[in-house]
Design a protein around this ligand. Sequence first.
Ligand SMILES: [Zn+2]
Ligand SMILES: [Zn+2]
Length: 360
Amino acid sequence: MAYLDRVLDPPFYGWTNSEGALSKPSPKQLFKEFFKRLNVFRCKKNWLPFFSWIRVLILIPLFLLFVFKFFSLTLLLVFFVYSMILMGTHGTIWHHRYCTHQAYTFKNDFWKFITQNLTISMIPEEIYVVSHHVHHAKSDQPGDPYNASGGFLYCFLADANHQPIAKDLSEKDYNSTVKLMRHTGVKANTFSQYLKWGSVTNPTVAIALCLLNWAFWYLIFFLIGGHPMACTVFGAAAFWAVGVRTFNYEGHGKGEDKRREGTDFNTNDMSINQLWPGIVAGEWHNNHHLYPKSARTGFLTHQVDLAWYYIWSGKKMGMITSYHDSKQEFRLRFAEPYQENKLKEASQQPIKSGVLEGNQ
Ligand SMILES: [Zn+2]
Ligand SMILES: [Zn+2]
């Protein structure tokens, strides 16, 4: 069994059924696994997914204060920009392109820390990073932690049900997992701490950094616009953290083949380029599966990529030292041959019909 086959903790319903096809659990089974895996009183090794969901729960009152007490059109605009654009684009810049794919490098730890904390901290890096490598290795196959064929809930609850690392890794496998995370700067457990906590992430450091991040941002937004402003952005962060859990289902066609010719050039999996996640967060997901290590995924003219603009400007300003950019390769291998083919087909069309007419 390869390392990526054993690094994640398999759910009780397994990745495959007895025929070797994708195991499709019922909603009841999914919720049973979900609540079992969030129960820190049953086993403290569940702390990391619990830590992820408890952040959302803690912020719900602030979200409700925004909706029922402080609501105004200006704050609605702030809410929209913060949740959709800032949180979304930051997720792409940090969790996706840097922490997982190492599509670019920082000049030093200072700029890395600034980029990591550009927004309110919601998703633990480890939950995202390790399982995302598995997602790329097994896209739309059994074992893909957010396989869209498993249904909406299969993906929505994935960060608890399918994304945490296995609790019985050998020391060698644990060290490989630490290596996957090393460049992120997340303080890693020793192997004996892992046996106690079941994670790479060190709980004390992670909780302290999250509290500092929240205190800092609450203060900043409070100084800008008092409690109404602070509640709005914290509510927006919680709203995003729930919404982003729907992306993996939608980004792979909701279990159907929604790929479009001339837009989705990667045909190895069901990923699709979607306008909304593309525009607000730079997630052109089909392009991304074609070139996972590219710091830019907006390849076509209309494909706005805010995350790429951050990385590109960071390089210009010196805080980022290098990046991969696969746009040129995409153009040469996919976009231009496609256009040439289309032109050829169009020019052959009248000749063909002329030949047919001549034969009649
Ligand atoms: Zn994907
Ligand atoms: Zn990816």
